[in-house]
Design a protein around this ligand. Sequence first.
Ligand SMILES: [Fe+2]
Length: 333
Amino acid sequence: MALSETFKVRNQSDDLMKLGEIYRTFVQKGIEADPRGKERIDAILEDSKKGLEKLDGIKKELADKDVAWNPYTDCRILYGDEDREIKSILAGIDITPGEIVLADRMADKGKKIDLVLAHHPHGIGTSRLDVVMKLQPEQWAKFGVPIAQAESAMAARIKEVHFATKPRNHTQTRDAAKLIDMPFMCAHTPADSVGYQFLKDYLEEKNPYSLGDLIDVLLEIPEYQEGEKVGAGPEILVGSSKGTCGDKFVFFTGGTSPGPKAIKILARAGISTIITMHLTDALKKECEEEGIYVVIAGHDSSDSIGMNLILDEIEKKGVEVHACSGFFRHKRS
Ligand SMILES: [Fe+2]
């Protein structure tokens, strides 16, 4: 199927949106915001197609076929037919069987839910989170890091994440959704890339000089105001408010945090300040040693930005969105 066909979107706004169309909207927005660029994504998809064609026997039968057109393993329909009509979504950052039951209970309160949407991945999205992590070395290369250094710095971490996530229970929440016939999907990297582009452009426009100024401009964003209210607002982790931002890197997309080796090569490429959702102690230590400032923007609030921007497009097509589980809904259009 040609990509243009894959991403065919309805023109008639009075039609109900279908689950498959919501899924494709997320993937399309993710591709548009992907720091690797469209051309590179096309090449990656071509490779994935060839990989699928090479498979045979049971491996071919069981393979995830969506990789042929969707480069994000952490964005998938986890349960539900693509033709299901969706009038309302219950969207959250972390979805557990609790939210699946909640969605079902909401019908009794007059709010029927047709789809539960998770930001953080489930199913193949967690077991193969390493696939989307490959975005990161290519993103660093755009900041001047030699690609071989970037790939080498990331290689061990990608393997570590793959084997760390493999033993998890990948289907617990999907199994709950299936039992009560509640459509369920997750959208992770597409939303994170949209959030990344938004914040990168925003900070370029606002151009804060000091880390203190950076915190102030972040606090002008409604999602961060919401984080601040619950004690999870933007905060300086490494550095002080008088420290100078210099060149900034928004560390929002590409699955999960990289290994500590990333910090040294980003420092060499000229990065002075990292803005991220969260940071491990090992990475914090590297930042201190390399002289990179770190601002923790906040986790759920940063995740909410990308989700909000894509859900704005989906709401325009007549779908109602309810927020739960750490997701703060803010409409921009
Ligand atoms: Fe997250």
